[in-house]
Structures are given as C-alpha cells and as structure tokens.
Design a binder for this molecule. Structure first.
Ligand SMILES: Cc1ncc(COP(=O)(O)O)c(C=O)c1O
Length: 409
C-alpha cells in the first residue's frame, strides 16, 4: 500500500475540544527522546510536577501525569481510591457524570447517583443532604461538564466533604486553565485533567494531583510488582485492581525512589510540560481572564446572530457555549458545510442534546479575537444560505461591540 506522509488539512477547531495545539507545544513534542532515567528526563519530570502545582493551584507533592487521555486520569484516580464495596456518590449533570458512574461501578463501588436536568448544576445544600443520606467514602463529580457547557461550583464542596469525612474527587478536564480553579483553597482531594482543552495541547496525557490524605489511602493498598520488589516492600492484601493505573506504583516512579513502572511517554511529557509552561508564564488569573473575554465575546456574537443559548448562563464555562440549532437547519449538515467551506469545526452534542444543540468553544490557543470573529462570520453565512433570516453582520458586530465595551471598562 502506498501512503502519503501525514499532512492534515488546515482546520480551525472551535468545538468543545480538542482544539488546535499551541505551536510551542508541537515544537516541544518533536524534540528527540532521552532514556527514562537520563538525568535530563528525571529533571523534566520533576519540573513538570512543579509546573502543574502552579496550574492546579496546589502545594500537593503528588502532582504528576498519568499517561493516556483524560479518561486515563479518571480511571487511575477512581480505581486507586475505590475498593470493591465502597460507597461512592456521583452527582450527574451530563455525559461525563455518567462516565464517572460507569467507571466507579467497574471498580466495584456501591454507586449512588443524584441527577439534575442537563444544562443545570447542583446547589451545595442538595449535595450536602445527599452526603448525609448516603455517607459515601468518596464523592466524584465533574467540574466543567463539556456535554452541557456548565460548571458545577465547587468552592463550598470541599468544606462540606471535610465536615463529613468524605473524599472529594473532581474531573477538571474541560475547565482547568480557562476557569477559576483552586485545588487547595477549595479543599479538593484529587483532581484530574487533560491537555486538549484550555491547556492548548493534544490529548494523550492526564495531569493529576492528590492531597496527602488521598496519597495515604492509595499507599495503604500499595503492592509492588514481584519482579522489582525488594525485601520488606509492601504486598497489600487488597491491591489496586489495575496495574497500569496503580497510583501507588506510579507515585513511586515519579517520586525520589524512581521505582520502575511504565516507560513514561516522553513526547507527551514534553508536550504536557510546555502546556503548563505556557499557562504559568501567562499567569493563571490572566489565562482565565482571556478565556472569559473571548468566551463572552463569542456568546455575544452568537446572540447577535439571533441564536438562543443553551444551559444556565450563570454557571456557563468560560470556554464553551451551547446554542440551540435554529428550526429548519440540519445541525450535522450545517457543521459539515462549515468544515468544508471554511475549515472551521464546531461541536455537535451527545445524548438528549444531539441534533438540538451545537457547542462552540474558545479555548487554549484558540481563545483569541481573530478566531471568534472568523467563526461568527462563517457561521452567519452558513445559516443564511441554510434559509435562516439573520441580521447581516450581526454576530461579528455584536462581538466587536463587546470587545470595545470591555476595553472601555
Ligand atoms: C469533562 C470531560 N471529562 C472527560 C473527558 C474524556 O477525555 P478523553 O477523551 O481525553 O479521555 C472529556 C473529553 O472531552 C471531558 O470533556
């Protein structure tokens, strides 16, 4: 078979992620490999841990990468924390809450769920009542629910969990870097993320941070592999049910022991390190503000096109907006035209929202004024040619007015 070298078409990725990677991240990823115990490599690992402490806003020593996409971080967290039979509470407000439930069930947990309508979030008091009723070991909740574009406020939840002796895990894949997120100040025990949203990288590495309390729970179950075990090393009677995602062993690999586990995905580490460097260089508050500015300009522009937003706007993530697909428009066909004629990708939706809601992202490298204006201009044309009566230039005008008013403020 004769194939061509990889040469992907030019695309502007304005969906809910992945987005175009920052060129600095791509350059870092193309650097040559070194051995996994080369002092250069172990120094990169240590630097990456420190950089991600800045991104997660934590002092947690146990801040590292799990190799694999964001879902690998989720699985590592849940399989390492949950023992079969443990009670776990999963509040669900979209697709990724269902994913947490499914993974917790596969870990053998006794899973209890609470659900609210997609597009809304849970009041803290409702979660506290659920904790009181269920008395779980762990509460696992999504922060930014990409499927519905809203973010669950977490600022009170850590204190509530601490009051009831419950561990708190959250999936911040979609929100980290583009929305306020405070691991330590909010009292969150374990947080996982991914690179392909506000961090401006490709999927394939899952940053994670664990509080000292979470580390001690994980280490309780440490069982070092037979082939590398030394006399006196722990062999747990109730080991973590995955070898690859065994955070106790992964922590020994990233920690001073440097005990062999997997072979760290070197090119992904280079990329993940650069993602964090970019954010730390910009400053987390400035990055969040950039996402807020361009996200709100996109929202103003979408409204200017006469579109109706989906979800509770009071808790919308800065980096992704949902809009109702106008009557008479086939959502997937219109997305296909946007891609073919303009090279712009926006997102479809899952489950009950499929065919009803598009998701438009402004995140990471693509949280910029030019990308917002281009997307609005192209979408206007696609909608007009699809038969929707929309104000000429209404989207771009509204976004420009928004930028002007923000500048004046
Ligand atoms: C909130 C959230 N969690 C988990 C995932 C799964 O991530 P991945 O596809 O990188 O495994 C995604 C992906 O979009 C997400 O948005």
């Amino acid at each position: 078979m004769h194939t061509q070298p990889i040469n992907p078409p030019q695309r502007l990725l304005m969906g809910p992620g992945p987005i175009n990677a920052d060129p600095r991240v791509l350059r870092a990823m193309s650097a040559q490999l070194v051995g996994q115990y080369d002092p250069a490599m172990t120094a990169y690992m240590t630097e990456t841990m420190e950089l991600y402490r800045g991104v997660f806003r934590t002092a947690n020593e146990a801040t590292l990468l799990v190799d694999g996409t964001s879902r690998a971080g989720i699985e590592a967290a849940l399989v390492s924390l949950i023992e079969p039979g443990d009670r776990v509470l999963v509040p669900i407000f979209g697709r990724f809450g269902h994913l947490l439930r499914e993974i917790a069930e596969r870990c053998g947990a006794e899973v209890h769920v609470r659900e609210v309508e997609w597009g809304t979030v849970f009041p803290a008091a409702v979660l506290e009542r659920a904790i009181e009723g269920i008395r779980p070991k762990l509460l696992a909740i999504v922060h930014g629910e990409t499927s519905t574009t809203v973010a669950q406020p977490l600022d009170e939840l850590g204190a509530i969990c601490a009051r009831h002796g419950v561990l708190l895990y959250t999936d911040a894949t979609a929100s980290l870097g583009g929305n306020e997120f405070e691991t330590d100040a909010w009292g969150i025990d374990v947080v996982t993320a991914g690179l392909q949203k506000c961090l401006g990288g490709p999927s394939g590495s899952a940053p994670i941070t664990l509080s000292p309390r979470a580390v001690s729970i994980v280490n309780e179950r440490k069982s070092i592999e037979a082939g590398i075990r030394a006399p006196g090393d722990r062999v747990s009677a109730h080991p973590i049910r995955s070898n690859y995602f065994d955070l106790a062993m992964i922590l020994d690999y990233w920690g001073p022991k440097r005990l062999n586990h997997h072979t760290e995905a070197t090119s992904m580490l280079y990329g993940a390190r650069e993602c964090a460097r970019l954010l730390v260089e910009e400053g987390l508050p400035a990055a969040v503000e950039r996402h807020r500015l361009h996200g709100s300009a996109m929202v103003r522009g979408l409204r200017g096109l006469g579109l109706t937003l989906f979800g509770d706007q009071a808790v919308r993530m800065n980096n992704v907006a949902g809009v109702l697909i106008p009557d008479g428009i086939d959502g997937d066909a219109a997305r296909a035209v946007l891609l073919a004629d303009y090279g712009i990708e926006i997102g479809t939706s899952f489950g009950p929202l499929h065919g009803k809601v598009w998701r438009v992202g402004t995140m990471g490298y693509n949280a910029r004024r030019d990308t917002v204006l281009l997307t609005l201009a192209a979408l206007e044309q696609v909608l007009r040619r699809g038969g929707v009566a929309i104000p000429a230039g209404g989207g771009v005008d509204a976004a420009l007015d928004h930028y002007a008013s923000e500048q004046a403020a």
